[in-house]
Design a protein around this ligand. Structure first.
Ligand code: NAD
Length: 298
């Protein structure tokens, strides 16, 4: 029987630790941690993600403030807001909810965020520290995946790991984190030749291509671990309904693998949890609090 890597369950366990940590330290800090979320425009999926983040913050005791800007604001105005939040001592973390409308330069905006408040871990300073294997904010989805693997004591060191996708959000930082943990990492992408053959070598295969059901059992080695990062809403067999799926054709792959992540309930919940961890990490550093949560940051 293959093991389900249950991100929902692990995220609830970590949230309980975070809740206790805030409760035990807020007297010293004299305030709870604060997270600012900047959303621009009306992308409906972004609305759902921001709401989820807001709810998760309130579950553990983080104060969240949402700045929902109209898409007719100017790049300069967003930069000014970021600068104001950089200087706000009650804000420990800040993120720009992506995607934002095309007229904005999202990378420039992210580079305006003070690296110590960059809870998405996407600022070039934090990415640079990841490359150097130095402690820093880590991007949330990759850090969540590492914690999921660790939670089931799945060894990374020495394992052949294939990551499908090379985005700044997932594939690249994840490959670096796994490399820092002594995995033998192959990063693949849309121009990779013989993807099937490359994947079949993997002890741990991670699919972050953003293509529904791209990976079937023919890509997977017997006994491998498979992590599905993709999340897609597709039509269900009942025509009027939709359902969620990932990049992996799970029903085909599960009988062959040692462990797998479900969609939903695998990587997704861990992403939000790592955002909370990063926010608390910044709060901890600002007030010199005990560092009992540091092992959650790969
Ligand atoms: P992206 O589109 O920025 O990057 C996709 C990457 O996959 C690219 O590097 C591309 O070269 C590669 N790729 C595309 N088609 C491929 C193919 N046929 N074969 C091999 N490589 C291919 O996407 P992203 O932001 O990295 O996200 C990837 C997926 O993960 C999406 O489905 C996204 O919704 C999901 N996601 C989920 C979470 C979560 O919390 N669960 C977080 C972030 C992203």
């Amino acid at each position: 029987m293959s093991i389900k890597l249950d991100g929902k369950k692990l995220s609830l366990e970590i949230e309980e630790k975070l809740n206790n940590y805030i409760f035990n330290n807020k007297k010293i800090a004299k305030r709870t941690p604060g997270l600012a979320v900047i959303r621009i425009g009306e992308d409906p999926a972004s609305g759902v993600y921001v709401k989820n983040k807001e709810r998760a913050c309130s579950r553990v005791g983080i104060r969240s403030i949402i700045f929902h800007l109209k898409d007719n604001v100017e790049q300069k105005e967003v930069e000014q807001l970021i600068n104001k939040l950089n200087l706000d001592n009650d804000i420990d973390g800040m993120l720009l909810q992506l995607p934002i409308p095309k007229k904005f330069d999202d990378q420039k905006l992210i580079s305006f965020i003070n690296p110590s408040k960059d809870v998405d871990g996407l600022n070039e300073k934090n990415i640079g520290k990841l490359v150097k294997n130095e402690p820093a904010m880590r991007s949330c989805t990759p850090a969540g995946i590492v914690n999921l693997l660790k939670s089931q004591k799945i060894t990374i060191e020495g394992k052949k790991i294939v990551v499908i996708g090379r985005s700044l959000l997932v594939g690249k930082p994840l490959s670096l984190m796994l490399l820092n943990l002594n995995g033998t990492v192959t990063m693949t992408h849309s121009k990779t030749l013989n993807l099937n053959k490359v994947c079949k070598e993997a002890d741990i295969l991670i699919a972050a291509a953003g293509k529904p059901n791209l990976i079937d059992s023919s890509f997977v080695k017997e006994g491998a671990v498979i992590i599905d990062v993709g999340i897609h809403r597709i039509e269900s067999s009942d025509k009027n309904k939709t359902r969620l799926c990932g990049d992996v054709l799970l029903e085909d792959v599960i009988p062959k693998v040692f462990a797998y992540t479900p969609v939903p309930g695998g990587v997704g919940p861990m992403t939000v949890t790592m955002l909370l961890v990063n926010t608390i990490f910044s709060w901890q550093k600002q007030f010199g609090l005990s560092s009992t949560l540091n092992d959650l940051l790969p």
